[in-house]
Design a protein around this ligand. Structure first.
Ligand code: ADP
Ligand code: MG
Length: 699
């Protein structure tokens, strides 16, 4: 037998099962089957007594004697039953299929070991289609107490392709392979970390000799999984370094210094200072900076971006800042203009709403170098936008942009500009290292002084009147309030609150002239949005009724209450983003999470997490645990370029670190993997690349 053999010719599979396995699990070859790993193990040393068994138990194992075999029913619906007794009682075993085989192979009055899921039928407990072994074969088969349980699908289970079947087929393959499974890691790495050989690891993950061996098998295979992901990403990074030089920003000049000494209205936080220092080092290194700047909402990333752009300008380059929404681009433009007025720089704004007539001039000024800093939305990446000499581009809320969009900014100069991507949706470190392994990471882990943590309260829909009362008190104290809805209009499909309906009740509860309300949602025209926003920014309206369009970036310090309707509808990091809109001024801020009384288990955990912590990184970790790494807010947009079969990024941090460190060492010595000892890596990377088409798309 060969590893490449088509599974349909493998004993116990056949064409029908083969087709199922192809379609359901993408399993085509013997090798694929060996890579179909168990997700847990059952302890087969534990035996139950019949008297202990209840129908809601999971699988149980019992030792007893069969008797009283009876064929019942008629025609196609015949089935077989037998009594199964130990000294404490009797249960029934039932077979609807394979009756003939059972009759021929089981003997009445003999001792067997039965394993299966108990169920209640009338007053009796029975087990349908138990796994059944004579004590002799049992001891041989389960010399180890750990029995593999395989992931499966509904269709496969229906067709009786159970864990038992997987075990049989895989055991068959392992027995019939004439070769030792070829090693997939270089010997020097296997030796350095005392890893099990690939051969031994595969044997032990399917049929553990003992708990210790299983542990080592898992370690080896997880290490390998993470190592190749790291090797792939870091190889791209090393390759990029070889291929591109970076613009050298050798000095900090007048603009930066003047701003820092004369214009900056407050002291930078230590974290801001540290991050600027880290990035300045990149700028001066002669290598292109490609860095992720993570910082919780309100940590002052915009200011950092601004100061970095001044360094670019000081060195004779242009800089750009790209934001995912027009509202945010407008706000950045205003903030930055405000900070930089009187410095004599030319700063321009380019969004989808920029008029054609203005665009022409803007394009010309950009090409002549007249414009120093360009701020805008994804309008910036259009091909018609040509810079004279773009040296730095900052991408705000980068997870809102796709890989392809970000890649376009790379092409805005003959050699790529320095790239800083910013996010307030912190990505757990392990995930960032795996998804963005190609990026260096800086973290602003400190908020500007004087901020009071936002108090978060969970309130049920029935308590709305109390919430209104609280809102009135806050407005009386001069504060402003956001109310966010998951939907604009009522939906037939979801039972969630909608903005239209909400606005009506808010308008009734907060009537003019005493109160004024602004509205903001995605279906409004840009001018309307702008107007609505302005009224709220100026404090003319007290309440902003909105959808999640206000989620990112908006900065209005006087707004101190965030009410989120149908909060159960939102993901954790979205809730965290929304909450980040308040708590920006000196006053105590509040976030009220309104939900219905019915909450799913996950929704409860989300709400509880929000009430318990304000720390974006903790929230990101919780999010990853709830949804898995591919579906956290931080990765969903760009997608996660691999599938992890064994490793769990919320638990396997240590293995990941070792894997990354190892990959880094390998590449430092042999960036292009040319040495003999590394050829096995080249080969394995190629195989993996063919399996994971997405690996090619890593930015
Ligand atoms: P984010 O990181 O969420 O983008 P912003 O850049 O919008 O945060 O900053 C939030 C607010 O904090 C802004 O009003 C900004 O002017 C202010 N800010 C930034 N840095 C400091 C600082 N070092 N001290 C005081 N306030 C600061
Ligand atoms: Mg921001």
């Amino acid at each position: 037998m060969q590893l490449t053999d088509d599974i349909q010719f493998i004993k116990g599979v056949g064409p029908k099962r083969a087709e199922l396995l192809n379609n359901e699990l993408n399993i085509f070859t013997a090798k694929d089957l060996l890579y179909h790993f168990p997700f847990r193990y059952i302890d087969r040393t534990k035996f139950y007594k019949i008297a202990e068994i209840k129908s809601d138990f999971p699988n149980v194992q019992i030792k007893g004697i069969t008797s009283n075999f009876q064929t019942k029913g008629s025609g196609r619906k015949t089935y077989l039953t037998a009594d199964f007794s130990d000294e404490t009682g009797t249960i029934e075993l039932i077979w609807f299929k394979g009756v003939k085989w059972i009759k021929e192979n089981l003997t009445s009055g003999k001792e067997y070991i039965v394993f299966g899921k108990p169920a209640r039928y009338g007053r009796k407990i029975n087990i349908a289609h138990p796994e059944i072994d004579a004590p002799e074969t049992f001891n041989k088969r389960y010399s180890s107490s750990l029995q593999a349980v395989y992931p499966s699908t509904e269709k496969l289970t229906k067709k009786n392709v159970t864990s038992r079947v997987f075990r049989k087929i895989i055991a068959g393959i392992l027995e019939n392979l004439t070769i030792k499974l070829p090693e997939t890691l270089p010997t020097y790495i296997v030796q350095k970390y005392h890893l099990l050989s690939f051969h031994e690891a595969i044997h032990n993950i399917h049929f553990p000799e003992n708990a210790e061996k299983l542990k080592r098998a898992l370690y080896r295979l997880k290490f390998e999984e993470l190592f190749y992901i790291q090797l792939n990403i870091l190889k791209i990074k090393f390759g990029r370094r070889l291929k591109y030089k970076g613009f050298v920003f050798s000095k900090v000049g007048n603009y930066f210094n003047k701003f820092y000494k004369e214009k900056l209205p407050f002291e930078l936080t230590n974290a801001q200072k540290r991050v600027i220092k880290e990035i300045r080092k990149d700028f001066a290194s002669g290598k292109q900076a490609n860095r992720l700047l993570q910082g919780d909402v309100g940590s002052g990333k915009t200011l950092v971006a601004l100061m970095l752009m001044l360094i670019a300008v000081d060195n004779g380059y242009q800089a750009s800042l790209m934001a995912p929404t027009e509202i945010l681009a407008n706000q950045h433009f205003k903030t930055i203009n405000n900070f930089l007025k009187t410095l004599g720089l030319k700063i321009a704004l380019l969004t989808g709403s920029t008029k054609q007539s203005e665009r022409k001039q803007l394009h010309a000024d950009l090409q002549s170098g007249e414009i120093n800093i360009l701020i805008g939305t994804h309008a910036l990446i259009e091909d018609t936008v040509i810079f004279k000499n773009l040296g730095l581009t900052v991408i705000d809320e980068q997870h809102r942009f796709g890989v392809a969009q970000r890649a376009k900014m790379w092409k805005k100069n003959i050699q790529p500009p320095h790239i800083i991507v910013m996010t307030a949706t912190p990505i757990p470190r392990t995930l960032a290292m795996t998804v963005y392994g190609d990026l260096e990471i800086s973290v602003i882990d400190e908020l500007p002084p004087g901020r009071k943590p936002v108090k978060t309260i969970h309130s049920f829909d029935g308590k709305r009147l109390q919430v209104f009362k609280f809102m009135k008190e806050q407005i009386k104290a001069g504060r402003q309030i956001y109310i966010v809805y998951p939907l604009i209009y009522e939906s037939e499909n979801f039972d969630y609150k909608d903005l239209e309906d909400g606005l009506e009740s808010i308008s009734r509860a907060f009537p003019p002239p005493k109160y004024a309300v602004s509205v903001l949602h995605g279906k409004m025209k840009p001018e309307e949005k702008e107007k609505s926003m302005k009224l709220f920014v100026k404090g003319i309206t007290n309440i902003m009724v909105a959808t999640t369009v206000i989620e990112v970036g908006v900065d209005i310090p006087n707004a101190s209450v965030m009410i989120i309707e149908s909060a159960e509808r939102f993901g954790l990091s979205q809730l965290h983003q929304l909450r980040g809109r308040v708590g920006r001024g000196a006053d105590q801020s509040y976030c009220v999470l309104m939900t219905s009384y019915k909450l799913s288990k996950e929704a409860k955990i989300r709400i509880q997490t929000m009430v318990e912590t304000n720390d974006g990184f903790q929230i990101a970790e919780a999010d990853m645990k709830l949804r898995g790494p591919g579906d956290t807010e931080g990765t969903r947009q760009s997608g996660i370029p691999f599938e992890l079969k064994l490793s769990d990024l919320s638990k396997d941090y240590k293995i990941l670190e070792t894997a990354r460190h190892t990959a880094d060492l390998v590449l430092r010595e042999d960036a292009e993997l040319k040495q003999d000892k590394n050829q096995i890596l080249v080969k394995q990377l190629k195989t993996l690349m063919m399996r994971n088409k997405k690996w090619g798309a890593i930015s």
